[in-house]
Design a protein around this ligand. Structure first.
Ligand SMILES: Nc1ncnc2c1ncn2[C@@H]1O[C@H](COP(=O)(O)OP(=O)(O)OP(=O)(O)O)[C@@H](O)[C@H]1O
Ligand SMILES: [Mg+2]
Length: 498
């Protein structure tokens, strides 16, 4: 007797429906196995998949097996019947499990019924010629349906599973690749807490790393909010003085009459209020680094005293006559136009040349638009973490923020992202969540992050192809891609052999 045809069709239809769902693949396969059991009397349906990198076999879904049984069921290719089917790529039927020496019965689930008349059917799950795994079922020996019929249905089910698994493998490979590219991006576009993928910032990073090792005086120039202080800290932390003090003095924040004592300290009784002897910032910084922020704001009298420290590395405390020597590395910063301050007589020329040993210019954000998306991503991650949120921007909003002029540079960008994260009602921020003045800006810019990922990937592919003499199969292997994926990318990026 044969099984009515329409039952098979319904089974296949139901299985293809559950496989197309969006739940995790293990769940989908489990549902498919349940349908096989319920509709066709094929029990303990099991999908065993090959791990594509280790080659190890692992039960991905099993209906009617306990967790323990599933855990035990790890086969290696060549072992047992499942292994045999993986190796040969052809279906196998064990008419009577109890008579079969090859039956490893790793899952031990059949112990209780081994004396009964159980058959075991096993078909490969194949994508073209590659065996992705096997589909196996138990059924009662005396069932009214022939093995041929069962195998025919199982092959069709295996075909459906193969499509699902192939798609899943592609998706997870893609995901892994993206993740590794992101990591690479992060390392390349980052220096301490500084982010920047633009040519200009990459150049700044290179200079920082070069100059950090020396004791040379560095002068940081750039508009407000461009990262001068962060650069000063990066120089310090990459220097051999990283374990010595980093002392910051904001020349604009301290009243002029107190600044000298702040710099150089004072002796007891040097002036009213000087009740004890006090060390100044330069003494505290001895062996380390001093960062003079807003250096253009220094009064002329202090400019000349600073000049002496730079020339001689020595000074006296206020009200003292003992000369103190220090070993200090100086980093200065300003957002002022020092050259015009110099020509109008507000900044000493000799001090200017003493400070200007290694100048580093920090470009404004509007001069390096390609940094904006990556900065936004960085600040989003940061403020999401700080606020326990998982807010993201929709594409249009990202575009608007990239086009915006950012007069306050990175600081303004940082504050805006913090505000958006804190105030966001939904997890997706859209245009209408932006303040009015940001929504109305006009310039067009292409979105940068995707671009930079692609540039990086292209570079990597070209390099690997060159290293492998343009032999695709070898290059693909070394990139962890299939040859087809590589060819697709070569076309997409228009890569050609030089
Ligand atoms: N490249 C960057 N990557 C990440 N964060 C940055 C970057 N540049 C600046 N920031 C952030 O922007 C803010 C302003 O940076 P910083 O204080 O270093 O600027 P500044 O040039 O010293 O500005 P000002 O002249 O106003 O003192 C800081 O919160 C800093 O963390
Ligand atoms: Mg600053």
């Amino acid at each position: 007797m044969t099984r009515p045809r329409h039952i098979e069709l319904i089974t296949l239809l139901e299985i293809s429906k559950v496989l197309a769902a969006t739940s995790p693949i293990g769940r989908r396969l489990y549902s498919a196995m349940r349908i096989l059991g319920d509709y066709l009397d094929m029990h303990r349906g099991t999908v065993t998949l090959r791990d594509l990198t280790t080659g190890e076999l692992r039960i991905a879904a099993a209906y009617g097996l306990t967790r323990q049984e599933i855990k035990r069921g790890k086969y290696r290719i060549g072992e047992g019947i499942v292994g045999k089917v993986v190796k040969s790529g052809s279906p196998t039927v064990i008419p009577l499990v109890k008579d079969e020496p090859l039956f490893l019965n790793k899952t031990k689930s059949r112990n209780d019924i081994l004396k009964g008349d159980i058959s075991f059917l096993c078909v490969p799950i194949k994508d073209k010629n590659e065996v992705l795994g096997v589909l196996s079922v138990d059924r009662l020996f005396e069932a009214k349906v022939t093995f041929e019929e069962d195998l025919r249905v199982m092959k069709m089910v295996a075909q459906l599973i193969a499509q699902t698994v192939r798609l899943e493998n592609l998706i997870s490979a893609e995901r892994q690749e993206k993740e590794s590219l992101r990591m690479e991006l992060k390392a390349k576009y980052r220096l301490g807490n500084l982010i920047g993928s633009s040519k200009a910032m990459q150049e700044v990073f290179r200079t920082v790393l070069k100059v950090a090792k020396s004791r040379a005086t560095v002068l940081l120039r750039g508009e407000s909010g461009t990262g001068k202080e962060l650069i000063a800290k990066a120089i310090y932390s990459h220097s051999e003085r990283a374990d010595k003090p980093f002392i910051k003095v904001n020349c604009a924040a301290i009243p002029e009459n107190l600044l000298e004592s702040e710099f150089f300290g004072h002796e007891k009784g040097a002036f009213t209020g000087a009740i004890t002897t006090k060390k100044g910032k330069f003494e505290h910084a001895d062996g380390g680094t001093i960062f003079l922020d807003e250096v253009a704001e220094l009064a002329p009298q202090l400019q000349s005293k600073l000049l002496r420290v730079l020339q001689e590395r020595e000074f006296e405390r206020v009200g003292g006559n003992k000369t103190i020597s220090v070993d200090v590395r100086l980093i200065a910063a300003t957002n002022r136009d020092l050259e015009s301050a110099m020509s109008s007589g507000n900044f000493r020329e000799d001090l200017y040349y003493r400070l200007n040993v290694v100048p580093i210019f920090l470009p404004a954000l509007r001069e390096r638009l390609e940094d904006i998306p990556i900065l936004i991503e960085y600040f989003l991650t940061h403020f999401n973490k700080e606020n326990g949120r998982s807010v993201s921007l929709d594409v249009k909003t990202l575009e608007t923020l990239t086009k915006y002029n950012w007069p306050g540079n990175v600081r303004e960008l940082e504050n805006s992202i913090e505000r958006l994260v804190v105030l966001a009602e939904d997890n997706i921020i859209c245009q209408s969540d932006l303040p009015m003045h940001m929504r109305n800006s006009q310039t067009t810019v292409s979105s940068g992050l995707k671009g930079s990922v692609e540039t990086l990937e292209k570079e990597r592919i070209v390099k690997t192809l060159e290293a492998n003499g343009w032999i695709y199969a070898r290059a693909a292997r070394s990139l962890g891609l299939t040859e087809r994926q590589l060819v697709y990318r070569v076309k997409k990026y228009g890569i050609a052999k030089k």
